[in-house]
Every structure is written in structure tokens, then in C-alpha cells.
Write a protein that binds this ligand. Structure first.
Ligand code: NAD
Length: 790
């Protein structure tokens, strides 16, 4: 072909990225000593290795040390030894180390990109232009957080030794998301990369050696699930940060229950890509290519469910097919390649299996007419139409280049379909009408929303999910909090309640017998079982009886809380006024409550009055903060703003402690309400009458029905029911250690957010037990990306 013919054909020529440096690096290394522990390279104690191979050819790349429990012990010991000095070093010192890592990575940017592509199979354009620059940005951004720690996070300090476990789809980027904030917070780390993709983490460890990271601060152990499990259960680790499948996330949630370890889980997704009829269709098609075919769809937040408005569906699908036909499938090292191989044969088989099952369930699976390379784990981009909401392709995370398509008629239906998933990681909304897009964004149950865009990430903007996509955020201020801890002033150890003989003797001069009911859906209701619990006064005589709530009562209360829309949808100013009104009405009955405290707890009149006054003050505080604990606007290095919105967690279960029974109850319920959550509260088992006395205060204070529900009874039993209930989104537990541990383990069903005192209460009168520390637990941060410009 002469030049003119070539020009007219406009065909792509081969454009391979050179791999000689990466091959030289591979040839020079001894991978049987690939564990980076305490600043030295070690072989696995058990002498085991695992193989990593090249997905585009199946060829062996290296046999890498496979860590076992003894190696994890050594790594944790090194991290623990390094912790005191590192955490005490000046924030400037830590900032300089993070900056040095970022700069050193920049100097080896191309090698990182090529190695990542060789090991993972992702197109070089992606590793070169997205993964590696973003990983570098993470370190440089967090150098700033390291230095600003005291300024921006007063009273907080690093949580300690951190165990981090990452997946194979973004090996270097996930490493950066984990290590940068941990080091900035003053933590030391033991990180385990995924066994399919160990290479760039090994190169990163070399960078740590050169960038002056003190020995033991970063330990990188290669290995599989066994090494991961050893990290998770290691007693020398104070926090686990995990990114991976929801399945393993749930195992980790269970394994850490009751351990007191801080935990963040970044898990799978089934994100919706919603195209309204007024969208710019050509842009939406390009967005879709990025949304589902980026990294062969092996992306946690892949827009794997296309929801397109009925009127434009045919035209849009036709455009998508044309575009799919132009995607170039081939060698990932070719700069023109759009679609590389999947990471491994097992992954390819899994994807094929899901596509076959989806077709069996009625989906029509279309693929462009393209030839696959003769070797490697390739899968053609696939478009599934005629997908019913229950189809496996609409429900399961495929983690491959497969798009499931559904149509919708109107906005409500789009939102309903988008939320019809157990996941909640991300969503894209395409419409030229900004009012519509910003009307839809808050209604989507997902941690990240991209308006007219997709897969936008930045170190300054938090990323993470709702529901079974996990909890915790990476990036931004909220990501830093995952590695920090504040010392809250402790209250007493909570002992398991003993079911004692019921007091029967009425107190002298007792008023007419009255049994407090439950408070559900704005009404006082009889307990389902029709049993009651006798409550003793301080002097042992009967103070009154309360309903003995059971599983059915909790279910009713959760249903009432879920059905209450008036509270989460109220303006913050509105909620603020209701909380002020509650405070006002409680203050009108302050003496009565003080007398009740004296009667039940035996407190002095002065102490009781003080607790009531503090409770009123606390309600006032949260009334005032309801419209002040706001989100932020980020300005990432893109033509977009990111709105970090504070949204209520949803239905929050609260198990309140016995100490300071009125103040403790209000200290927990008020911040949850202030942020728009609806609450199912189990008051102190010993002093529930203080909460039941509040019914009338609540009834007179314009609190919408269902916003607050109170179920009295046995704390341990009711905590267990709340933990298992899949419509409870968050659970705050101040109960005995065993109840807390069991509830954490039982919470895996929907991966609810748990805040547990682990058998210890707080001193509710202290300033630290009020304000931001609690409000932060009462919100999810949703990042909404809004692009601007032409
Ligand atoms: P995976 O859960 O199988 O493995 C993830 C990591 O956990 C690996 O390092 C693995 O060795 C380790 N592991 C496996 N079993 C373990 C156990 N019992 N205890 C401790 N560690 C264990 O996931 P994967 O296949 O490597 O990655 C794909 C998944 O990761 C997808 O579900 C994807 O959505 C998710 N992911 C999520 C995010 C996010 O930010 N939400 C980002 C990337 C990937």
C-alpha cells in the first residue's frame, strides 16, 4: 500500500508501546523474595510462590513469594515497631515523604504504566493516562493533608497499624487510594495486593526504598486469600481497609465483629447509566463506552445497567451498536486498543457463564462482528437487550464488558429501576436539563453520581458506596477520617442485663397504674406479644411497666421509619425548628423528668436536674446544627465541580445505654434526627420510663409520624433483630460487648453501617460526645460531579 492508499483507507497501523524496560525490570528481579517487610526483601516463610501471567498471552511473568501467617506476623511486627516514630514525626516530615513518593513515581511513570498493562491486561492508554497519573495525584494531594492534619482534623490522630487488602482491577491506583491517606494520618501499613497483579506494588515498594519512607512504615506482602485472612484477624492491626468483592467484604465484616477494629469496605456495584430523552445522545454514547468498556468493564463502578428513556431507546441503541463496532479489540500494549483481555481465564469463564445465563433468562446478547486475537483472555463487548429487572445480567455484578439495557417511561420509573439493586456505588445521569439531573441525583441510592459524565475520580473527592457496595469513603476529607480516630470520653463498661425477678410491690403513694406502650408511627401502640416489663425504682419498688417489644414490633417500627418521607424530605431549617420545639417542650416539663431520674436512678435532685438541663441543651445544639453540618464543593482538576452532599444514612437503629439515661438517649437520637434520618430507638433496658415519658413531648412537637419510633424491651434481643433487619441502614450500639459483637456479625445481610461502643458507654455530658463526631456518623457523603463548559 502506498502512502496515498493508506491515507484513503484511514486504517490504524500498529502502535505498540515499547516493553523493553519492563522486561528488563522483570528479568532483573528475584521474585522469590518479593515480600517487602521492614524495608527488606524477603522470601515467604513457608517458601511458597504463586504465578502471575500475562493476560494477553497467558505467558508466565513471574513466580512471586506467597505470604502465609508467619509473614503477616512479621509485617505487622515491623509496622508496629515503626508506628511510634512515624506517628510522632512532624506533619511536615510526613508531607515530605508523601511528596517524595509522588515525585519518584512520576519519574517512573512509563514503567509503572507498561508493567500494569502487562500484568493486568488493561489498555496502555488507560494505565498511562488514567491509572498512573491518578495514583500519583493521590500521593501529592495527601502530602497536603499530612501537613494540614492538626489544622483540619483537630483532636484526631492516626488509628495505628492498618491492614489493607486490594483487588486486581486497578492494582496501583487502589494501592495509592489505600496507602496515601494512611501515611498522611500517621498510620503504618501492611498492604496485600491481589494475586493476579502483584507487579506494580513491587515496583512501588522499590520507590518507597528510594523516597525515604522509614523502614516498617510501608510493608507490602504478596499473597492470596490466606494472607488476606491472616491480616484481617491479626490482633496487632487497628484498622482494616478492604477493596474487593461484596462476598469477601461480608466475610471480613463477620471476621472483625467485636474486635474493635475500624473497618472500611469498598465493594462491588451494578451502577445505572440513565439516559433521558433530552440528553446529548452522541456524548452519552461516548460516556457509555467509557462507563462500561473502560478496563473491559472490570470496574467496580462500571455503568453496567443502561436505562434509556423509551422514546429514544431505538435510536440510542442503534448509535451504541455502531460505536461498539468501532471499538478496537487487541493487544493492550497497542496505543490504539480500546478493549484488552480480561485479567485471567477464570474471569473470562465467569463472564461467559453469566452472559449465557442472562441469555437463557431471556436477554438478547449482541456483539460486534470483530475478530479476537488468537491468544489471551478476550471477550467481545456485549450488549444485552430485552433484559428484565430480575435477569441475572441486571442484578449480578458481571465485572466484564457486558452492558444490560432496560427502558423507562418517566423520571420516577428511571429512579425506581436505578435503585432496584442491592448495590449502591455510582450512577450516571444524562440530560441537557440541569434541573432534571440535579432532581434525580439526590434520589439515587449511590455514593457517587456523575451528571453527563462517568468514571470521574479525584483524590480530593470522596468515593465509596451505599448498601452492599460497602461503607467508608476513599479520597477527600471523608477519606482521611477513615484513618483517624478521636478519643471520646468513655463511660462505664456495659454489663449484660440480668433478667432479674420482677419487682411487684407498688411504691407508696404511686399514681394510678399506667403501662407505657411502644411508640410506633407516631402512635402509642401495644406490644405485639402483649407482655410487659416491670421497671424497678432505685429503691427496688415498682416504678411502672413498659411494653416488652419483640421482633414483630421492631419490624413495625422499621416499616414506619421507612414509610416516613416527611422527615428526610423536610428542609434542614424545618428539622431544626422541630428539634427546637422538642427542646422547648422538654424544658416545660423539666421538673417532672428530673423527678423521674431521681426515682429511677437514685440520683440527687441536683444531679438529675443537671442531666435534664444538659438534655435540653443538647437538643438545642442539634437543632442549631441541623442546617449547618453541610457538605462541600470540590474543585477537582477537571472542568467540573463536585458537590459533596451530606445525606441521611436512612433508617437508623439506636440501642441506648443505661448511664445518664435521658441524656444518653437524646445525645444519640437528636443528631440522627438532625441529619434527616428516621430512627428506631431501643431505650435503656433499665430506665426505659425516661424514654416513654418523652412520648407526649414528641407528640406535641410536630415530629412527623414515623420519624422517631421507640421500642422498649430487652436490649440484647432487640439489637439482634435490628442488626439482621435489611431495611435498617445504620445501627448505633451501646450495649454489652457480646451483644455488640453478635450484632456486628449479624449485620452482614445489607452491610449496614455500625457504630458500636464495644461494650463501653460514653460520658454523655462531655463536649466531645456531642457535635461533629456524631453528625459525621449520621450522614453518608454523596459526591455529585457536575461538569461545566461547552
Ligand atoms: P476479591 O474480593 O476476590 O479479592 C479482593 C482481595 O481480597 C484480593 O487481594 C484477595 O486476595 C483478597 N481476599 C480474598 N479472599 C479473602 C479473604 N477471605 N480474606 C481476606 N482477603 C481475601 O475481589 P477481586 O476479584 O480481586 O476484585 C473484584 C472486586 O473488587 C469486584 O467486586 C469490584 O467491584 C471490587 N472493587 C471495588 C472497588 C471500590 O472502590 N468499591 C474498586 C475496585 C474493585
Amino acid at each position: 500500500m502506498n502512502i496515498l492508499e493508506r491515507y484513503h483507507a484511514m486504517e490504524y497501523g500498529p502502535a505498540p508501546e515499547a516493553r523493553n524496560e519492563a522486561d528488563a525490570w522483570l528479568a532483573a528481579r528475584d521474585f522469590s523474595k518479593a515480600l517487602f517487610i521492614d524495608g527488606t526483601w524477603k522470601a515467604a516463610g513457608g517458601g511458597k510462590t504463586f504465578e502471575t501471567s500475562e493476560p494477553s498471552s497467558g505467558k508466565l511473568l513471574a513466580k512471586v513469594s506467597d505470604a502465609g501467617a508467619v509473614d503477616i506476623d512479621a509485617a505487622v511486627a515491623a509496622a508496629s515497631k515503626a508506628l511510634p516514630k512515624w506517628s510522632a514525626s512532624s506533619s511536615y516530615t510526613r508531607a515530605k515523604v508523601l511528596y517524595a513518593i509522588g515525585r519518584a513515581m512520576q519519574r517512573h511513570q512509563r514503567l509503572f504504566a507498561v508493567l500494569e498493562t502487562i500484568d493486568n491486561g488493561k489498555p496502555i492508554r488507560e494505565s498511562r493516562d488514567i491509572d498512573v497519573p491518578l495514583a500519583i495525584r493521590h500521593f501529592i494531594h495527601h502530602a497536603g493533608w499530612a501537613q494540614a492534619l492538626d489544622r483540619d482534623f483537630p483532636g484526631q490522630k492516626g488509628v495505628g497499624v492498618v491492614g489493607q487488602i486490594i483487588p486486581w482491577n486497578f492494582p496501583l491506583l487502589m494501592l495509592a487510594w489505600k496507602i496515601a491517606p494512611a501515611l498522611a494520618a500517621g498510620c503504618t501499613v501492611v498492604l496485600k495486593p491481589a494475586e493476579f497483579t502483584p507487579l506494580t506494588a513491587i515496583l512501588f515498594a522499590e520507590i518507597c526504598e528510594r523516597a525515604g519512607v522509614p523502614k516498617g512504615v510501608v510493608n507490602i506482602v504478596q499473597g492470596g486469600p490466606e494472607a488476606g485472612a491472616a491480616i484481617v484477624k491479626h490482633p496487632g492491626i487497628q484498622k482494616i481497609a478492604f477493596t474487593g468483592s461484596s462476598e469477601v467484604g461480608k466475610i471480613i465484616r463477620k471476621a472483625t465483629a467485636g474486635s474493635g477494629k475500624k473497618l472500611s469496605l469498598e465493594l462491588g456495584g451494578k451502577s445505572a447509566f440513565i439516559v433521558f430523552e433530552d440528553a446529548d445522545l452522541d456524548s452519552a454514547v461516548e460516556g457509555l463506552v467509557d462507563g462500561i468498556w473502560f478496563n473491559q468493564g472490570q470496574v467496580c463502578c462500571a455503568g453496567s445497567r443502561l436505562l434509556v428513556q423509551e422514546g429514544i431507546a431505538d435510536a440510542f441503541i442503534a448509535k451504541v451498536k455502531v460505536r461498539m463496532s468501532r471499538l478496537r479489540v487487541g493487544s493492550p500494549l497497542d496505543k490504539n486498543t480500546d478493549i484488552g483481555p480480561l485479567v485471567d481465564l477464570t474471569q473470562l469463564d465467569r463472564v461467559k457463564g453469566l452472559v449465557a445465563e442472562g441469555a437463557k433468562q431471556g436477554a438478547v446478547c449482541w456483539q460486534p462482528d470483530a475478530a479476537l486475537p488468537s491468544s489471551g483472555y478476550y471477550h467481545l463487548p456485549t450488549l444485552a437487550t430485552g433484559v428484565s429487572p430480575a435477569n441475572i445480567l441486571a442484578q449480578e455484578e458481571v465485572f466484564g464488558p457486558v452492558l444490560a439495557t432496560m427502558t423507562f417511561r418517566n423520571t420516577e420509573e428511571a429512579i425506581e429501576l436505578a435503585n432496584n439493586t442491592r448495590y449502591g456505588l455510582a450512577a450516571s445521569v444524562w440530560s441537557e436539563n440541569v434541573n432534571l439531573a440535579l432532581h434525580v441525583a439526590p434520589q439515587l441510592k449511590a455514593g457517587v453520581i456523575w451528571v453527563n459524565g462517568t468514571n470521574m475520580f479525584d483524590a480530593a473527592c470522596g468515593f465509596g458506596g451505599y448498601r452492599e457496595s460497602g461503607f467508608g469513603r476513599e479520597g477527600g476529607r471523608e477519606g482521611m477520617f477513615e484513618y483517624l480516630t478521636a478519643k471520646l470520653p468513655l463511660g462505664p463498661v456495659i454489663k449484660p442485663a440480668t433478667v432479674s425477678a420482677q419487682p411487684v410491690e407498688q411504691a407508696d403513694g404511686a399514681p394510678i397504674d399506667r403501662t407505657a406502650k411502644l411508640f410506633i408511627g407516631g402512635k402509642q401502640t401495644r406490644p405485639d406479644g402483649n407482655y410487659s416489663l416491670a421497671i424497678a425504682a432505685a429503691k427496688g419498688k415498682l416504678a411502672g411497666e413498659v411494653g416488652l417489644g419483640n421482633r414483630k414490633d421492631i419490624r413495625d417500627a422499621v416499616a414506619a421509619a421507612r414509610a416516613c418521607k416527611a422527615w428526610p424530605e423536610a428542609t434542614a431549617y424545618n428539622r431544626s425548628q422541630v428539634l427546637y420545639y422538642l427542646a422547648e417542650n422538654l424544658s416545660g416539663r423539666a421538673e417532672e423528668f428530673a423527678a423521674r431520674l431521681v426515682q429511677l436512678t437514685g440520683a440527687t435532685a441536683k444531679a438529675a436536674r443537671e442531666e435534664v438541663d444538659q438534655s435540653i441543651e443538647r437538643l438545642f445544639l442539634y437543632a442549631g446544627l441541623a442546617d449547618k453540618f453541610e457538605g462541600r464543593v470540590h474543585q477537582p482538576p477537571a472542568r467540573a465541580v463536585t458537590l459533596a452532599l451530606h445525606e441521611p444514612v436512612g433508617v437508623v437503629g439506636i440501642v441506648a445505654p443505661d448511664n445518664q439515661p435521658l441524656l444518653g438517649f437524646i445525645s444519640l437520637v437528636a443528631p440522627a434526627l438532625a441529619m434527616g434520618n428516621t430512627v428506631v430507638a431501643v431505650p435503656s433496658e433499665r430506665y426505659p420510663l425516661l424514654a416513654t415519658d418523652l412520648y407526649q413531648v414528641i407528640e406535641y412537637s410536630d415530629v412527623p409520624a414515623g420519624a422517631i419510633n421507640i421500642v422498649t424491651g430487652r436490649s440484647a434481643e432487640l439489637a439482634g433483630v435490628l442488626a439482621k433487619h435489611n431495611d435498617v441502614d445504620g445501627l448505633w450500639l451501646f450495649a454489652d460487648a457480646e451483644t455488640c459483637a453478635k450484632a456486628e456479625a449479624a449485620s452482614v445481610g445489607n452491610l449496614k453501617r455500625i457504630w458500636s461502643g464495644n461494650g463501653r458507654s460514653l460520658d454523655w455530658a462531655s463536649e466531645e460526645a456531642a457535635g461533629d463526631a456524631l453528625l459525621r456518623r449520621a450522614v453518608e457523603v454523596k459526591n455529585v460531579w457536575v461538569p461545566y463548559g461547552d
